[in-house]
Design a protein around this ligand. Structure first.
Ligand code: GUN
Length: 294
């Protein structure tokens, strides 16, 4: 079997076209969705994510307030900036790029973001509402994964899903979304992590394997059943002297081996990545609509 590739770029482009039309319509009513972006320090991967997020905002007509702060920025100054954005009516969403430098308490910053502007879906209020199935901002990467599965026509109802990775940003919220009693949930979910005794024991019986471990080659062809659906959330930089920037991106799965055994698989890049940014745009547009009473 040779797997069909789930084209995240195309699915993301379809959703972005819908959002662009929606933003144009909001502008006719005098509403311009706006996002405040904060990057502390100069981590190369974070710079590249933030730049891509801002470019995507511009493309669909979302105003973005770009704030690149030095690594030495104090927690107090960062809190003050978040507070300023909380009170700025032009800003509908606040994005503080993670990870933050060690001297800043990440949870304290996330807690300071007004839940009404929490377009990353990381505030405990958003997380709590998600857990009990209330309408809220859903975190972008797991929301993007669910949208990829739905739009690729993968049946979630009753599916055996194995997620490898238990981060607050991906594994935990994704498990939560997929077990919700809803048309985009209703799956049976197992979460594997670094202390799981035998990951292959779980992945071998999965209909859908979602790799979010942050390590290349975490999932190989011998660990899955034929016809499995593979979603690769990993973004790992591997040194590569043949590339101009000195590295190439690989995911968490052995793509070459798995594409011979899976029925559907996401590539890296061009799979989950474009969806993460797209769901951020979606949340920002939703927030602008809510701030204006619809
Ligand atoms: N760092 C890695 N992924 C994300 C994300 O989705 N949002 C933010 N704010 N930081 C991240």
């Amino acid at each position: 079997m040779s797997a069909k590739i789930i084209d995240g770029k195309q699915i993301a482009a379809d959703i972005r076209a819908e959002l662009k039309a929606e933003v144009a319509n909001l502008k006719t009513k005098g509403i311009v969705p706006g996002i405040g972006v904060i990057l502390v320090g100069a981590d190369p991967a974070s710079i590249s994510y933030v730049t891509a997020k801002e470019k995507a905002c511009e493309e669909i007509g979302i105003y973005s307030d770009d704030n690149r702060l030095p690594a030495e920025t104090s927690e107090k100054d960062l809190l003050a900036l978040v507070n300023k954005m909380n009170n700025d009516p032009k800003i509908n969403g606040i994005l503080v790029q993670l990870p933050l430098p060690k001297h800043i308490d990440e949870q304290k910053i996330l807690l300071a973001i007004a839940p009404a502007k929490d377009v990353d879906g990381f505030h405990p209020v958003s997380v709590g509402k998600m857990c009990i199935g209330q309408k809220t901002f859903l975190p972008c990467t797991p929301h993007g994964v669910v949208q990829l599965l739905v739009r690729a026509g993968v049946k979630l109802d009753g599916a055996e899903v194995v997620i490898v990775g238990r981060s607050n940003i991906v594994g935990k919220p994704l498990a939560n979304m997929l077990i919700q009693k809803s048309p985009t949930g209703n799956a049976t979910v197992t979460v594997c992590h670094t202390r799981t005794k035998d990951i292959a024991y779980h992945t071998k019986r999965a209909d859908i394997v979602i790799a979010a471990a942050g390590r290349p080659n975490t999932i190989t062809a011998d660990m899955v059943k034929p016809g499995v659906v593979i979603i690769d959330v990993g973004v790992n930089r591997i040194a590569d002297a043949t590339k101009k920037n000195g590295f190439r991106l690989v995911g968490d799965v052995d793509f070459e081996g798995l594409k011979e055994k899976a029925s559907l698989i996401t590539p890296v890049p061009g799979g989950v990545g474009p969806m993460t940014i797209t769901m951020l745009l979606y949340n920002t547009v939703e927030s602008a609509k809510m701030a204006n009473g619809n």
